[in-house]
Design a protein around this ligand. Structure first.
Ligand SMILES: [Zn+2]
Ligand SMILES: [Zn+2]
Length: 319
């Protein structure tokens, strides 16, 4: 399976400010003193291997949208956050606007940051395209229709030219979608959210966002560990650093990097990808949460190492 992260930010899309861009350039130029960087190839190699990611690149600011490629002709994305816009642009660039495609959506929940990309998804305006929205909430269709209705948006849902289907899933019941076996799992979050365990050919990807994991409830821990069991990749809502999650932001419906490591280790997962980054965090702060998480994994490592990464817009992981 191939996983493409189109949007990785939580709650609201964010963009780099002029000052943040200026700071990156100043820091990079300082680091480049003494280097002979006289062509594009040398500059690219310097940026990629000598600058920290938070200086040379950026985690990006689009909200949740993750493509999971199961090898078949039909597309599958988890959530419809603003990252969906770039995904749509890429699909049209690849096939041209006249080729009809089928898109499967696994919706975690209809909170705004997880649906706000749909009005800007160009394939939704093209006749012949088929969009099938799978999810466990009863009110998904209504949420999408309301988002497109006046006075919120100029184009009513009824004017979208793609065909829409809504497929109500049941928690814990596996279904076949786009050549993968998909199992939804109910998670603790305001209004509920659902994680998805996606399996194909002996490989497993778990998409688990907007979920507050309570480590003090053994029954819940056991269920989540079973849900993450031996996954090749766990995409995890680690919105807060531990200090925040145990103080001011307890009960806000999200988890921390520490809980992410603990649950992934208990489940014997191979790769943990921190996701749904806090919009107030800049690139340096996300990088420091990643570094803290990598250190924690080393200290607490059991028999099998757990690979840790932080998702960024444009990241591709082959599973
Ligand atoms: Zn969210
Ligand atoms: Zn939410």
């Amino acid at each position: 399976m191939r996983v493409v992260f189109w949007g990785t930010r939580g709650s609201i899309p964010v963009a780099l400010s002029a000052e943040e861009v200026s700071y990156k350039i100043r820091t990079a130029l300082l680091a480049a003193r003494g280097w002979m960087l006289d062509d594009d190839e040398k500059i690219r190699a310097f940026v990629e291997s000598h600058l920290p990611f938070a200086v040379g690149q950026s985690y990006g600011g689009d909200t949740s949208c993750v493509q999971v490629d199961c090898g078949g002709p039909e597309y599958m994305v988890c959530d419809l956050g603003t990252g969906l816009r770039n995904f749509g642009t890429e699909v049209i660039a690849r096939h041209g606007p006249r080729v009809a495609n089928t898109f499967h959506v696994l919706l975690s929940h209809p909170h705004w940051d997880h649906i706000m990309g749909l009005p800007f998804f160009t394939p939704a305006y093209i006749p012949g395209n088929r969009i099938i929205v799978h999810g466990c909430h009863a009110d998904i269709e209504q949420a999408l229709r309301t988002q497109n209705a006046a006075p919120h948006f100029p184009v009513d849902f009824s004017q979208l030219r793609a065909s829409f289907e809504f497929d109500r899933l049941e928690p814990d019941r596996p279904v076949e979608i786009a050549g993968c076996r998909v199992t939804p799992k109910k998670q603790l979050h305001s209004g509920d959210s659902y994680g998805y365990r996606i399996e194909r050919g002996g490989k497993t990807v778990v998409y688990s966002t907007d979920s507050e994991h309570r480590m003090d409830d053994p029954a819940e821990v056991e269920e989540i560990v079973a849900f993450f069991r031996a996954a090749d990749l766990v995409i995890f809502d680690a919105m807060y650093s531990l200090a925040e999650s145990v103080s001011v932001k307890e009960d806000w419906g999200h988890s921390s990097n520490v809980v992410a490591v603990e649950l992934s280790q208990m489940a014997g997962a191979r790769h943990l990808c921190l996701f749904h980054h806090e919009p107030a965090y800049d690139d340096a702060l996300i990088a420091s949460v990643l570094a803290e998480t990598v250190r924690l994994e080393k200290i607490t490592r059991g028999e099998r190492p757990l690979r840790i990464s932080a998702a960024y817009d444009g990241l591709v992981i082959e599973v």
